[in-house]
Write a protein of this length. Structure first.
Length: 260
């Protein structure tokens, strides 16, 4: 079986695949100082709650945007899975060509999203990933990653606002009943939620005009459900898009049989 891990700046998402079937998935807060043993203990604890164990796994594929944890996950694979982890990065076959100025700058999670989007929905496609940042990725009909956009994430924006404005407090991320807030907290929720929806719909509309064809727009990431319900431009919500992209990359490089 295969362990797929998407290491983000705020959260880490992991899942266990038996072939192309997702058996378990979970989220952890990303702790940048975790050692291989600490990572193993955290993942093992959740796996045991799901009736599994690291000892059931044979392979691991990782997308990491946190360099300090990249080596820790390599060591975890060697020590606990007795195999080398496949780290998504330069030199790894993906089936997607990167038609951008500096391919080495592109985050591994965004490559995984592009792989899964093109395989599952065809092209052209636009992926909107709601994480620490809200990222937009454009994939052509010819399986080219042609570029994207990066904006502050919803929670990142709210945190910065509450830190810099002394009279503003942290609020729950819930869509208010109306855009015109009647209190400070309602106004902040309106700005965060409806402001993000307007940002997403506006950028996606611009992407559509610059892409040939009729792109499918896919939302993923922890806060995707909040925006998906309110957006006029997003076509699909795919909760496991990144992990599925990692599985597909693993199959291309190691072989489908190694994952089961």
């Amino acid at each position: 079986m295969l362990l797929a891990v998407d290491v983000g700046n705020t959260e880490t998402v992991a899942g266990v695949y038996d072939g192309d079937r997702l058996l378990h998935d979970w989220r952890l807060s990303t702790e940048r100082t975790d050692t291989a043993d600490e990572l193993a203990a955290r993942h093992e604890g959740i796996l045991r709650l799901r009736g599994g164990s690291l000892s059931d796994l044979r392979r691991m594929v990782v997308a990491s945007v946190v360099p300090s944890l990249t080596s820790s996950y390599r060591a975890l694979a060697r020590q606990y899975l007795q195999s080398e982890a496949l780290m998504l990065g330069p030199g790894v076959r993906t089936g997607i060509s990167l038609a951008i100025d500096n391919p080495h700058e592109l985050g591994a999670d965004r490559i995984a999203n592009a792989v899964a989007a093109h395989r599952r929905y065809g092209g052209p496609a636009i992926v909107v990933d709601f994480g620490t940042a809200t990222t937009f990725d454009a994939i052509s009909a010819d399986a080219e990653y042609v570029g994207g956009a990066i904006a502050p994430g919803i929670e990142t924006s709210l945190f910065a606002l509450s830190q810099r404005a002394a009279r503003l407090v942290t609020v729950d991320l819930v869509a208010p009943a109306r855009a015109i807030g009647k209190s400070t907290s309602e106004s902040m929720r309106s700005g965060a939620v409806y402001g993000t929806v307007a940002l997403v719909d506006g950028l996606v509309a611009r992407f559509r005009r610059e892409l040939s064809g009729s792109p499918c727009v896919i939302a993923t990431g922890g806060l995707a459900p909040l925006v998906f319900e309110l957006s006029d431009e997003i076509d699909e919500h795919d909760r496991m898009l990144t992990l599925d992209g990692l599985r597909l990359v693993h199959d291309q490089n190691v072989g489908a049989q190694a994952g089961s």
